[in-house]
Write a protein that binds this ligand. Structure first.
Ligand code: ADP
Ligand code: MG
Length: 240
């Protein structure tokens, strides 16, 4: 699969008078598992949503591959996003939930069946295709939400705290599964979390945000060894 990088140049975004992103620059490599880490309110979701095309139009540039997507409708960006509340449609079977995006794109029925089966296989839940969402555990619902997102073959995968509704032990397991899946697909992925442990154990590199500004970018090791400032040191718990 061709892999797509994401470049963000001098991105500013406000809600009315409130400046939320204040000059964000980022260069995410093709195939990278990249984390946005920061406290609640630091602008992680706003930044991710701006990449996906939701929310106010920012100033600056967002390049997905070599295409500046600022101002483009979300469905023209070829991104897949999984939200914190990964609500499946309650009245649709697992198979219909996962196939929804393909039906919207008018993919022929036979192909939909094959691609849905492949996506369900990928998350290990092919045997649950005919269940309804309320017959699934939280972890299973989350896997289905992932299958629903990757089945349309997005160029990049955007995950906004996708594991935060799960209990602690399941979260650790799902973290591993997510990384495994990302490696298998080679899909450029941004993973938003406020949990440093989660960012450390998954990401190739991460950006630490505070107040709508990136405080530091690097591998988990680099950030731990050489935090750029007191905020990063405190947030990662390396200050003493
Ligand atoms: P995070 O995901 O890091 O917790 P958010 O991106 O959700 O942070 O929020 C960043 C800031 O933007 C917060 O101060 C929040 O109150 C503000 N904000 C987010 N969404 C809106 C909105 N729709 N309208 C006004 N302010 C918003
Ligand atoms: Mg958020």
């Amino acid at each position: 699969m061709d892999q797509t990088g994401i470049k963000i140049e001098d991105l500013h975004l406000s809600f009315g008078e409130t400046q939320v992103l204040r000059g964000v620059n980022l260069d995410i490599r093709p195939g990278e598992f990249f984390a946005f880490l920061g406290p609640s309110g630091s602008g992680k979701s706003t930044l991710l949503r701006a990449i996906a095309g939701f929310g106010p139009t920012p100033q600056g540039r967002i390049l997905i591959g070599d295409r500046d997507v600022v101002g483009l409708d979300p469905w023209k960006r070829n991104v897949g996003m999984v939200f914190q509340s990964y609500a499946l449609w309650p009245h649709m079977s697992v198979r219909d939930n996962v196939g929804f995006g393909l039906r919207e794109r008018r993919v022929p029925a036979k192909q939909i069946r094959d691609r849905v089966d492949a996506a369900l296989d990928l998350v290990g839940l092919a045997h649950l295709a005919d269940r309804m969402p309320n017959q699934l555990s939280g972890g299973q619902q989350q896997r289905i939400a992932l299958a629903r997102t990757v089945v349309v073959e997005p160029e990049v995968l955007l995950l906004d705290e996708p594991l935060s509704n799960l209990d602690a032990s399941l979260r650790v397991q799902m973290r591993r599964e997510l990384l495994h899946l990302q490696r298998k697909l080679g899909l450029t992925t941004i993973f938003v979390t406020h949990d440093q442990e989660e960012a450390n154990t998954t990401s190739d590199r991460m950006a630490v945000l505070d107040g709508g500004v990136i405080q530091q970018i690097g591998t988990p090791q680099e950030l731990y060894d050489r935090p750029a400032n007191l905020f990063v040191a405190n947030f990662l718990g390396t200050a003493n």
